[in-house]
Design a protein around this ligand. Structure first.
Ligand SMILES: O=C(O)C1=C[C@@H](OP(=O)(O)O)[C@@H](O)[C@H](O)C1
Ligand SMILES: C=C(OP(=O)(O)O)C(=O)O
Length: 469
């Protein structure tokens, strides 16, 4: 079976430019609103879908490898399906062989073919930016595009290092925004690049371009970001090392003109998706929920560390690992939470989890201060403002101070608001989690974007006892 699946490519409403704040941006014909109300305890055992970061990388490295890659547990969400389609458009053979089981036959490093049509990454920053890196090392040009949310996100941070490596932006919108045409380098140059912000997407784009360059490509980060690309490159046979740099940073060195060999990848459950049932279980009195195979890579578990500091009961067992990625079973029990201060250096390890942490903080007693959140402003939406708005409309006292988010927890949340999701899956899921324990129901204006990262979120939460209607 070739790459199939619903996906934003064909189903997106035309991307509105400069959309008004009052317009609901959705990729379905009609927005799909939903309401969440307190249901009593959540109980049961679930496995959330495969990790999104690892799923993208498995498809991309599979496409750049020689031979066959078998992936099990792939996240079949729209973001990842768009990456699968782009790998196929670039010449790899990508097939779904069963539930969450995929097979990729790659073209080899530097071997991508000129795609016949624009590559549409829908809502996905990761897919778009990593594939830009992979294309930059090939002598082809490709048009990169996405939905209104992705079109508003900064791409200069990726294009700057790729241009230093010899790639060129042939045509594009102002400020390096999508849509743009990237011409890859015939003879890519290895570089040493210090990332301006802690971003695994920037780091990965440079490393993927560096695969095709002669000599050594080095990336220096002053704050370590998730290291899935490094771990998976090693698993596919690349010569790559990562050493500590300064107090929190890393220096990653990759030997270029690498030959990657197809490999088997088992995708663990996504901790960023697990975050939603975890927080729901902590705040809904009497809950007791078990999540299996959750990835526990320390560069992804800042949320669990923080929730434990707040008094959350999250027990880890059955710890094991695959291809360098550890995973564990988590048992989460409802807990009385207290406010804490989250240090800025923890941000890269929980960058996608602040929205749902803000929900937990709203149910805590006391103030939670989350510092250093500037990167939240350039995600699927401005998550700093959108998170504050989600809390405010539900009666929680919250302040955005510079790049910090300050939540005044009062042990309960009034609720009663309708949350604007701004084409952002994590806002929709966070708001629905809030409603699992708030005094009055919480509504969201559109749940369509949940399908980008967690297609079964609604039925899975219902299976635990959540009342969504
Ligand atoms: O590399 C990745 O898989 C990701 C990196 C992060 O983005 P940044 O690199 O912009 O921090 C994160 O927010 C995103 O959801 C996934
Ligand atoms: C930021 C996210 O993803 P991306 O950057 O891939 O759109 C996310 O999933 O929260």
């Amino acid at each position: 079976m070739p790459v199939t699946g619903h996906g934003p490519c064909g189903t997106c409403a035309p991307a509105p430019q400069g959309s008004s704040k009052d317009t609901i941006l959705t990729h379905s014909d009609q927005p799909r609103p939903l309401q969440s109300r307190a249901s009593g305890p959540l109980t049961g055992k679930v496995r959330v879908p495969g990790d999104k970061s690892i799923s993208h990388r498995a498809l991309i490295l599979g496409a750049l490898a020689v031979g066959e890659t078998r992936i099990s547990g792939l996240l079949e969400g729209e973001d990842v399906l768009n990456t699968a389609k782009s790998m196929q458009a670039l010449g790899a053979t990508v097939e779904r062989t069963g539930d969450f089981a995929w097979k990729v036959n790659g073209v080899g490093v530097g071997g991508f073919a000129q795609p016949k049509a624009a590559l549409d990454f829908g809502n996905s920053g990761t897919g778009c930016r990593l594939v830009m890196g992979a294309v930059a090392g090939c002598p082809i040009s490709a048009v990169f595009d996405g939905d209104a949310s992705l079109r508003s996100r900064p791409m200069r941070r990726i294009l700057d290092p790729l241009e230093k490596m010899g790639a060129k932006v042939v045509s594009g919108s102002e400020g390096g925004r999508l849509p743009l045409t990237l011409q890859g380098a015939r003879d890519p140059l290895p570089i040493t690049y210090k990332t301006p912000v802690a971003s695994a997407q920037i780091k990965s784009a440079v490393l993927l371009a560096g695969l095709a360059a002669p000599g050594t490509t080095t990336v220096i980060e002053s704050e370590a970001s998730r290291d899935h690309t490094e771990l998976m490159l090693k698993h596919f046979g690349a010569d790559i090392t990562s050493i500590q740099e300064g107090q929190h940073g890393r220096r990653i060195t990759l030997a270029g003109q690498a030959e990657l060999h197809g490999a088997n990848v088992v995708v663990p459950a996504d901790p960023s998706s697990a975050a939603f049932p975890v927080v729901a279980a902590l705040i809904a009195e009497g809950s007791d929920v078990v999540l299996s195979d959750v990835m526990t890579n320390p560069l992804r578990t800042g949320l669990f560390t923080t929730l434990r500091e707040m008094g959350g009961s999250i027990e880890e067992s059955e710890v094991r690992g695959d291809a360098g990625e550890p995973m564990a079973r988590l048992r989460v029990r409802a807990s009385k939470l207290r406010g804490v201060e989250v240090p800025p250096e923890r941000a890269p390890s929980m960058i996608d989890e602040y929205l749902v942490l803000a929900v937990a903080a709203s149910f805590a007693e006391g103030t939670t201060i989350m510092r250093g959140l500037q990167e939240l402003r350039v995600k699927e939406s401005d998550r700093l403002e959108a998170t504050a708005a989600m809390l405010r409309v539900n009666g929680v006292k919250v302040e955005v101070s510079g790049d910090d988010l300050i939540v005044e927890g009062r042990g309960h949340v009034p609720g009663g608001g309708v949350v604007a999701t701004h084409m952002d899956h994590r806002i929709a899921m966070s708001a629905l989690v809030m409603g699992c324990a708030s005094d009055q129901p919480v509504g969201v204006d559109d749940t369509a974007f949940i399908a980008t990262s967690f297609p079964d979120f609604i039925p899975m939460m219902r299976s635990l006892g959540a009342e969504f209607s």
